[in-house]
Ligand binder design. Structure first.
Ligand code: FE2
Length: 579
């Protein structure tokens, strides 16, 4: 049985395909379109999934879209009545989007005109946004039973949903309706701190360790924790939802409207302009916003744990990208185990919608848990050689052992290496398939990377990839973190061993590298360990102000545009001096 899931007309549009419950391919559309967070119909991702499955469109049994315009219709109508004029366009925006959903069949037919609209129509299932998030986390998890949390900006008129997963079923316990949203809260302050773009929230998270959380009490005026284990916003601080929260122009780039009201600027200061410096006040605000968000997540989870009595929790949604909060859950709530999928953000909606249909709707048994994010594009050495020759690029093809040796020597000699290996990652993190890597022992690695490639804000940390067996030697918490979804404190005595990946507060957003999941990346780090005694590499995404590279062409273009020292495309190596 083949099921295709899609996230369409929404930021981070994507497609995922399952054969008998096993995910065989999944990818974001942005990787092909080369436009960050691309939000239209994911036709290239769909074509990719069909190619990987070796089937045509007509051979799909079901198509799941992670959006249900009919969801919460009564609440939407109430919202319209209570917000005459002002609220209309926020809901109208959703009505417009629902019209787009109804033209899905037309989009599919463009991919394969031999298929009839009727055939497509009868295969489509609409799965509500947060149920798709819950399914992406629970059905991919190793747990037979778990408490579930979906938490984000908003989707299908909800912003948060809690539930229980048992076997192949999901039960929804409660939800919070738009516009009360912790995503909106965090984004409003992200904007106030001078980061206006869609997806900029991680900058506030990166800035927070430089400040003191002095303003948490003041923020409790804005974000109120409620006794039912949920929360509400004080809407005085937020702009009325006149034109929706996120809009998508003809270029399919998501744009967030300014979310804070004049009242918020009066209470917390005017929005920082891009060219204005980040002061201690901004850093303290970042620390406070991050702290109250963590406290809210712990509040929701503590009550949810009491209500369910379970030890396992699965989390997804935009706020589940807050790796600092995620890393603290087992130490601040009664939950013992936390699973968050590699695409916990909206791209994961495609995967979740398909799993919801397979497990919950069709009542099929669960497949194996998902520990690998490597479900994207892949290229053989032969394809790569053909491409490099067509571009007249000098390269050398090495066997695996020679390659690990060559690359590790380059890293030790202060090299910055573009590492393109196997299938691309599904989700926002590079995990050693499309990564830029460097020596984590260098105190100047951040400057080196910023000078050679990234030119990003100096306060943002770089992350460590660490061999799974050595986590307990380097980190205060010993847990599997396959998708860089959690931040843990680094042991004090190791701060000076891996300074390039130790953040200002002594933490690291780690990836635990498993030999069975990604053997070539594991072997490379292991050769580096044999030479240096350190089982860690600095790993940052392979890109430069663009989506993560997908094809050899994207990687070569990025290499040529920047001052990276070496480009590794599977077993083929291009060196700067020869390029
Ligand atoms: Fe979402």
């Amino acid at each position: 049985m083949f099921i295709l899931g899609i996230n369409a007309y929404h930021a981070d549009s994507s497609a995922a395909i399952f054969k008998d419950g096993q995910m065989i391919a999944a990818t974001e559309e942005e990787r092909f379109r080369r436009v960050k967070h691309w939000a239209g119909f994911p036709s290239m991702a769909v074509e990719f999934c069909l190619r990987e499955a070796g089937i045509s469109l007509s051979q799909l049994d079901h198509i799941a879209i992670g959006r249900d315009p009919k969801a919460k219709m009564d609440k939407k109508l109430m919202f319209l009545l209570k917000n005459p004029g002002g609220g209309w366009s926020a809901v109208l925006d959703r009505v417009k989007n629902s019209r787009k959903v109804s033209s899905l069949e037309e989009e599919f037919i463009k991919i394969d005109p031999s298929v009839s609209k009727q055939d497509i129509k009868q295969k489509i299932h609409q799965v509500e946004h947060h149920r798709s998030h819950l399914a992406s986390a629970f059905f991919a998890s190793p747990f037979e039973e778990a408490a579930l949390l979906s938490i984000d900006g908003s989707g299908d008129f909800s912003t948060t949903m809690i539930g229980i997963g048992r076997g192949n079923q999901i039960e929804v316990l409660d939800s919070v309706d738009f516009p009360h949203s912790v995503g909106i809260f965090y984004t409003a302050f992200t904007q106030l701190l001078g980061f206006p773009h869609y997806g900029d929230e991680y900058k506030v998270m990166g800035l927070a360790p430089y400040g003191e959380a002095k303003y948490v009490d003041k923020l409790k005026e804005v974000l109120e924790f409620t006794s039912d284990g949920l929360f509400k916003l004080n809407m005085k601080y937020f702009r009325s939802a006149k034109s929706g929260i996120v809009s998508y122009g003809d270029n399919h780039i998501p744009k967030v409207a300014p979310l804070f009201s004049e009242h918020m600027s009066e209470k917390f200061g005017a929005a920082r302009k891009k060219e204005e410096p980040l002061t201690q006040y901004h850093k303290d605000m970042a620390a406070s916003v991050q702290r109250i968000t963590e406290e809210l997540v712990f509040h929701i989870l503590t009550v949810l744990q009491k209500r369910t009595g379970l030890q396992n929790v699965c989390i997804a949604g935009g706020v589940a990208q807050n790796s600092v909060a995620n890393g603290k859950i087992t130490r601040n709530t009664p939950f013992s185990n936390v699973y968050i999928p590699s695409a916990g953000h909206d791209a994961g909606i495609s995967m979740g919608a398909a799993m919801y249909v397979y497990n919950h709707v069709l009542k099929q048994p669960r497949a194996k848990p998902i520990w690998s994010a490597y479900t994207g594009s892949r290229f053989t050495n032969e394809e790569i050689e053909k491409y490099l020759k067509s571009r007249n690029i000098e390269y050398t093809r090495y066997n695996d052992d020679e390659l690990y040796n060559k690359v590790s020597e380059q890293l030790i000699n202060s090299g910055v290496v573009g590492w393109f290996n196997g299938r691309a990652e599904f989700g926002p993190r590079a995990l050693g398939a499309r990564s830029i890597i460097a020596d984590p022992r260098r105190t100047d690695a951040k400057d080196l990377l910023n000078a050679k490639i990234k030119r990003r804000e100096s306060f943002r940390p770089f992350a460590p990839s660490i061999l799974k067996e050595y986590v307990h030697e380097y980190f205060e918490v010993n847990d599997e973190v396959p998708f860089m979804e959690k931040v843990f404190p680094i042991k004090k005595e190791k701060h000076s061993v891996i300074p390039a990946v130790t953040h200002a507060d002594g933490t690291g957003r780690l990836q635990t590298v498993d030999k069975n999941v990604t053997p070539r990346y594991y072997n490379l780090i292991d050769v580096f360990r044999q030479k240096t005694g350190v089982p860690v590499l600095l790993n940052t995404s392979f890109n430069e102000n663009e989506p993560i590279v997908n094809s050899p062409e994207d990687a070569l273009e990025c290499f040529l545009r920047t001052n990276m020292d070496m480009l590794v495309l599977e077993n083929c190596v291009v060196e700067r001096k020869k390029a």
